[in-house]
Design a protein around this ligand. Structure first.
Ligand code: ADP
Ligand code: NG1
Ligand code: MG
Length: 506
């Protein structure tokens, strides 16, 4: 963000260029004045950690040079005027006193993304603040609907402009969280990665972004690696279809439901307030409703007998015993797979085993989910589904949950490998993780696109690994391309290790 008091003030981090001059010229022509300040928010590429942020897991994005750039003047009357440098977008004007965002079927209008950012700030401004208006010229360079997060760059730029216009400073974390919240007014239930990297990125490195609370750690990528971003030319506006939200609710339901586990036993990957479901067959085929004191001793004994040779199940039972004592949690409140893992206090490998043992391969029908949660269609619609997913009749819970837990583990591995000194295997290992991620997104999460898959295939020979980036169903893929022959990289790496060792000795 920078002030623009005169024609000659350079925009910080954004040297005067043809583009900024064009924006200034357009601003002056359109609004008969100069802008008061400028806002610039980057797009991002996600290196690994796809479709896990809304489940509470960490991601590895980095900011791009491509950005959304705004020139803004603050107006006393609460009128918003928007002009876009891209002629495909029509001008928009409204009174901000009656701000409403009603997104219908199909793709939202471009200005509605802008309104999301404004509304996010208006929601938290002190009650006695008079809403100001803004004249805005928008210039966007992030490819649209291509998985590089043009939507969040626009929403975040609008929020930052509104906060600045109202002299309402916020920490980077606070505004990032707010923008994640308010972009949901557009209809998609995203997880916050895009807005987090938009505000927390630093030049020259990728970030490990973690949630609850939001935090970021620099990731130093291995020297010599080049990340190539290529467009498959298949696009999707994520708010125009139910695809994105369908995955969000499938993950949610996978965490909420209980199911028959191995040996046909009832098992559950979920703890409930004052009650737990027995993870064993025969003895407990129905729910038991336990009091606040946890699982009664007699029942516990029965369970021990019933599964004395099933040690793993017994361990699980112990954990649920503890969890069942915790008050205030019931299935409808488990919104994310990450919450469930935290409550179960197990690692990701164990979560993967639990999913493999408890969720079946065939898609779950809506009736089945309703039956097993002992709820009603209306209640499920209210607690777990979104407006645009209520019509969906089948959910692939096992496949989606497996992707999430395995992808979360890949992020951990990616991060830990980047933290180690580079050796001859580093790039190949990172590339393998990217390829595994792609295959999982293609086969388990089913959010790829034939053009994208083809690009990934074609780049096999040329890269250490390649994958789609962003939400998918079109979009782009990122690839780690070797800038030199692999053999030379290894030689260079060896030389570098030798150099470091010598420096340390000296
Ligand atoms: P992405 O992966 O790029 O975030 P989305 O489908 O989430 O894709 O959002 C794309 C939509 O965001 C566009 O269709 C448009 O409505 C809006 N948008 C993003 N950038 C701009 C811009 N510079 N100007 C106008 N609208 C934009
Ligand atoms: P894009 O690629 O911008 O549609 C979306 C979500 C992210 C994340 C990724 C998938 C929004 C604003 N963004 O990104 O939170 O879930 O998909 O990893 O919903
Ligand atoms: Mg988007």
């Amino acid at each position: 963000m920078s002030n623009a008091n005169s024609d000659t003030v350079p925009i910080r981090g954004f040297p005067q260029s043809d583009r900024s001059q064009e924006v200034d010229t357009k601003f002056a022509a359109r609004y008969k004045k100069n802008p008061d300040f400028y806002i610039r928010v980057p797009g991002r590429v996600n290196l690994i950690g796809e479709h896990v942020d809304y489940c509470g897991y960490g991601v590895c994005p980095m900011a791009l040079e491509q950005d959304v750039f705004l020139a803004v003047s603050v107006e006393k009357d609460p009128i918003l005027r928007l002009h876009n440098m891209d002629k495909q977008y029509t001008d928009f004007e409204c009174n901000l006193k009656n701000l409403s965002i009603s997104v219908g079927d199909g793709a939202p209008e471009w200005h509605q993304y802008f309104l999301c950012g404004i509304k996010g700030i208006f929601d938290i401004l002190p009650k006695d603040v008079d809403f100001k208006g803004m004249n805005v010229v928008v210039s966007g360079k992030v490819p649209l609907s291509a998985g590089l997060s043009s939507s969040s760059a626009l929403v975040s730029a609008a929020a930052l402009a509104t906060a600045h216009a109202h002299n309402f400073p916020m920490s980077k974390e606070k505004i990032a969280n707010l923008c994640a919240e308010c972009e949901r007014y557009i209809g998609t239930q995203g997880g916050g990665m895009d807005q987090a990297i938009a505000f927390l990125a630093t030049e020259g490195c990728a970030k490990l972004i973690e949630f609850g609370p939001l935090r970021s750690t620099d990731i130093t990528l291995p020297g010599g690696a080049v990340f190539v971003i290529a467009h498959s030319l298949a696009k999707l506006n994520k708010a125009a279809t139910a695809d994105f939200n369908c995955r969000v609710v499938e993950c949610r339901l996978a965490g909420q439901r209980r199911s028959k586990g191995r040996n046909g036993n009832y098992t559950n990957v979920l703890h409930l307030e004052n009650r737990t479901l027995a993870p064993f067959g025969g003895v407990f085929t129905n729910d038991f409703h336990f009091g606040p004191g946890g699982i009664p001793h007699g029942i516990r004994k029965l369970a021990e007998i019933a599964c004395r040779d099933q040690e793993r199940d017994l361990n699980l039972f112990d954990r649920w015993d503890i969890i069942a004592k915790k008050r205030g949690l019931e299935w409808a409140s488990v919104k994310r797979l990450g919450d469930l893992q935290q409550a179960l206090k197990v690692d990701l490998s164990e979560m993967i085993t639990i999913v493999e043992e408890t969720l079946h391969e065939e898609p779950y029908t809506k009736e089945e989910v309703i039956r097993e949660l002992e709820t009603t269609s209306d209640h499920l619609n209210d607690t777990s589904l979104t407006q645009n997913t209520r019509h969906i009749q089948t959910f692939k819970l096992r496949q989606r949950a497996l992707h999430v837990f395995r992808e979360a583990r890949r992020v951990e591995l990616f991060h830990s490998i980047c933290n180690k000194p580079m050796d001859g295997t580093t790039l190949a290992t990172l590339g393998r993780l990217m390829t595994d991620s792609h295959e999982s997104l293609r086969d388990l999460y089913e959010c790829s696109h034939p053009q994208l898959d083809r690009l990934v295939e074609l780049s096999r020979e040329l890269t250490f690994g390649a994958r789609l980036t962003g939400a998918g169903w079109g979009g782009l893929r990122g690839g780690a391309r070797p800038p030199r022959e692999p053999r030379q990289i290894h030689e260079d790496a060896e030389r570098e290790v030798l150099r470091r060792t010598q420096t340390q000795r000296n």
